[in-house]
Design a protein around this ligand. Structure first.
Ligand SMILES: [Fe+2]
Ligand SMILES: [Fe+2]
Length: 159
């Protein structure tokens, strides 16, 4: 294998990581918007507690977005300005379920990102990602509790 190709590999890995982090950032924007909207439209006594929790989630998702955007910049990328689409519904349960599905998807992605970061020796990033994952797991737990269901497993047969 020519030396040139070998030297190009880490660059590709960084590019792939930056692209993936931009997907994560778009997902964080989506979460900020969804939590902002949903926390305000949830009405009824049974949803009061979760509405308050969603407000806190929104603030935490903004912190995550800041961390991810900073890391993208550090890696030489340009942070995206576009959120993933936010689903809406007139039903409280639907909104909470959308949030729960997104959190599960987010955790799945961040676990993958930890592996990618460690593969290129970027341990500062993997450490940040692990902290974010632990908050996303709290979000997932709050949502599942509000729906009265078990916390979905991110991997089949796994945690
Ligand atoms: Fe987040
Ligand atoms: Fe979250």
């Amino acid at each position: 294998m020519p030396a040139k190709e070998k030297a190009a590999a880490p660059k590709d890995a960084i590019k792939q990581l930056v692209d993936a982090l931009n997907e994560d950032l778009a997902r964080e924007y989506q979460a900020i918007i969804a939590y902002t909207v949903y926390s305000n439209v949830l009405s009824g006594a049974q949803w009061m507690k979760i509405a308050g929790e969603l407000q806190k989630h929104a603030a935490e998702e903004l912190e995550h977005a800041m961390i991810i955007a900073d890391q993208i910049d550090y890696l030489g990328g340009m942070p995206t300005a576009t959120p993933k689409p936010v689903k809406t519904s007139g039903k409280a349960e639907d909104m909470i379920r959308f949030d729960l599905e997104n959190e599960t998807e987010t955790i799945r992605n961040y676990r993958e990102r930890v592996k990618q970061a460690e593969a290129i020796g970027h341990y500062a990033l993997s450490e940040q990602l692990r902290k974010i994952i632990s908050q996303e797991k709290d979000h997932q737990h709050d949502l599942a509790t509000a729906l009265g269901i078990d916390v979905p497993h991110v991997f089949e047969g796994g945690a």
